[in-house]
Design a protein around this ligand. Sequence first.
Ligand code: NAD
Ligand code: MG
Length: 400
Amino acid sequence: MQSYISPWPETSPAPPFPRRLVILGATGSIGTSALRVVLRHPELFQVLALAGGRNAERLAEQAALLRPPYLALVEPADVDRLRTLLPGDYHPEILSGSAAFERLAALPEADMVLSSIVGAAGFAPTLAAARAGKTIALANKESLVLGGHLIRAACRASGALVLPVDSEHNALFQGLAGHAGDGLHRLILTASGGPFRGRSRADLEGVTRDQALAHPNWSMGAKISIDSSTLMNKGLEIIEACHLYGLPADKVGVVVHPQSIVHSLVEYVDGSQIAHLGLPDMQIPIAHCLCYPRRVELGLKRLSLAEVGSLTFEEPNLEAFPCLRLAQEAFAAGPSHPVVLNAVNEVAVDLFLHEKIRYLEIPAMIETALAGHAATPVDSPEAILELDRETRKRAAAHRT
Ligand code: NAD
Ligand code: MG
């Protein structure tokens, strides 16, 4: 391993308890699971801020339970409505607009930031947390896809520690513990294969939004559920792993494992593979990060391998699911190509969720955009965000 994205926790310990925590994306699937962990172990945390996107109702319910001094929403227009939903004796500072998330990520009194906004919107707040030297529990994989090199540089400069929440990367983090990369041969990401595993490309022609959203093992937000069905999620995760662990793409493989019990594997030069197993519940990797290095009880059903019976593995089908190949090619051509890949994917997934395009147009739109993209420098956050904006505009215009 070239080196981990941030100092390894053995050299830069995680903050003491109780941890002063900022949760970005609190109202989403990861945010909600994180709050379950927090509410089960309230003595370990002081929640300083909860930031939601547009769901004022859910944010108000969460805020009423935890009463953090700061709240945030995307739209300034939602702030007054949120205030009316809060208990009369609770008066937090309510921020709004995109800069609000960066401000909360760098809040001087915070120790730890859970980065769980979905999509490219998570990039600037994650970078702000890295620059401010926070311990980052990182769920937002898109921020590494956009600017992993900038987040790495910021962590190295500030000493910020990154703990990976994404289940595969959390499994790898645990498989690497104690080795600091010595003797590593490669990383192997497991993929469930999604709801369309085993189908041919022709079978995917008419699949619907609801079929694509019905993930067999994991309950997740809409965007990542579609990404899981196209295997773009695994493509983004290869890029995420390369940035986290400082590896070239040929050192990160993928194997399809439909039961989602083995969450990933680390292979060492002697041929040993260290796997991480667990039931597919995001509370497990979330708690591992939020409480790191402490292990806490989560009240979940326990894994019984006898009950699972068999674990199976197969090669991914790159012909039916070209998004995995597109992500690998974009990373190899990078660093501006992954920005384009991600932006067009977000636009295409949104159009598909709104039933404006057919399923197979998702990879087609990405392939066309990447073929037409000439590499540009992306050595500042401004350059990345400008390329992201331009690409979205072009992709959306292409469709209308
Ligand atoms: P989600 O859609 O359920 O929740 C997203 C959260 O971000 C919500 O709180 C939403 O209000 C907020 N948000 C959306 N747009 C925003 C914007 N422009 N500005 C600020 N906030 C905004 O998504 P999720 O499934 O919880 O995923 C969150 C992130 O975690 C994604 O990057 C995803 O890839 C990653 N992740 C999720 C899972 C999972 O099991 N859900 C697993 C691994 C990684
Ligand atoms: Mg994952």
